[in-house]
Design a protein around this ligand. Structure first.
Ligand SMILES: NC(=O)c1ccc[n+]([C@@H]2O[C@H](COP(=O)([O-])OP(=O)(O)OC[C@H]3O[C@@H](n4cnc5c(N)ncnc54)[C@H](OP(=O)(O)O)[C@@H]3O)[C@@H](O)[C@H]2O)c1
Length: 284
């Protein structure tokens, strides 16, 4: 029976994968640093050699978009070199690899973006993730790279948790209304992985795919959905210029998810349903 090795146990997607992968019926191991540290080539090789996987799922990344601007070396080590080494170790072991990337590989001028559109990251995080895509693809032809956006869940650091935390102490929240994209709940990503892994192992449908929740919205629209039907703060729409950050973000990060539907039959999940599940989990 094929074996799965997951990297990034404590992250949003790693946590969701640990819950979802039993549905494959396949044995799996979920690892984290230091046992598998993407900045440590030796740990990568040793972990893959020990796990002897048929497929590796890399849910680990350096995801601090603003901090990446000043931690360039670390962002590239975790998002580019490490995934390249992991993909090579997987290839050496005869395993395929599924890796995640981001809408931040685009400059955000005019979405929805297709997989074959030209990339132009605006910041270090996006550039390091793009370098990671190239490193994974070059090291292991048996790959699926899933670009996603605005990942959210009841665990970890994300926009949903930030909004709920700020709402505890503020009557008014100013939220950017001119950046467009789509929230993607980690459990929906994990369900997509459950469907993709057997196809990857079978050699079907390798390559680059976009996968996000639907429908598209703005951060302000996402915040409105979070507080719909419950007592919440007044939400004031602001522009990107009103909220300067160290890293520039794409104004239009909408990803066209048609290819994954055509090739793998995987439809975009409704993120509002995902939001409902996350809110229910948070209230337990
Ligand atoms: N979050 C988003 O909005 C977003 C948007 C688009 C794409 N993505 C992509 O989706 C994927 C999953 O993101 P996520 O939101 O689940 O990330 P996350 O919650 O920030 O989790 C990242 C994981 O990577 C681990 N990690 C960090 N440095 C590592 C290292 N040197 N070696 C091994 N593991 C390391 C972290 O471990 P520690 O907890 O120990 O640090 C954590 O488990 C990533 O590829 C990300 O780039 C995310």
């Amino acid at each position: 029976m094929p074996r799965i090795l997951v990297v990034g146990r404590t992250g949003q997607v790693g946590t969701a994968l640990e819950a979802a992968l039993p549905a494959t019926g396949w044995p799996f191991v979920v690892m984290e640093a230091p046992a598998l540290d993407l900045t440590d080539a030796g740990s990568i090789e040793a972990a893959v050699a020990t796990a002897r996987p048929d497929v590796v799922v890399n849910a680990a990344a350096y995801t601090a978009v603003d901090a990446a601007e000043s931690q360039v070396e670390l962002a590239y080590a975790i998002n580019a070199r490490g995934p390249g080494l992991l993909a090579a170790a997987a290839a050496q072991a005869g395993a395929a690899i599924l890796h995640f990337s981001t809408d931040y590989v685009f400059n955000g001028t005019r979405g929805p973006w297709r997989e074959d559109d030209a990339t132009e990251p605006l910041g270090v995080y996006g550039a390091s993730k793009l370098a990671g895509e190239h490193a994974v693809a070059a090291a292991n032809p048996r790959h699926i790279i899933l670009r996603t956006s605005w990942v959210c869940s009841a665990t970890g650091h994300n926009f949903l948790k930030t909004m709920l935390r700020l709402a505890e102490t503020r009557a008014e929240l100013r939220v950017v209304a001119d950046q467009w994209g789509a929230p993607t709940f980690a459990d929906d990503l994990a369900d997509a992985v459950v469907r993709l892994v057997p196809r990857l192992v079978a050699g079907e449908g390798h390559g680059l795919f976009h996968f996000t929740g639907a429908p598209w919205t703005s951060w302000h629209g996402f915040a409105e959905a979070i507080f719909t039907g419950r007592a919440g703060p007044r939400l004031v729409p602001i522009t990107t210029a009103d909220y300067p950050t160290p890293a520039q973000r794409p104004a239009d990060g909408r990803l066209d998810c048609g290819r994954i539907a055509r090739v793998h039959g995987i439809a975009q999940p409704d993120w509002i349903a995902g939001l409902g599940r996350a809110m229910a989990a948070l209230s337990r």
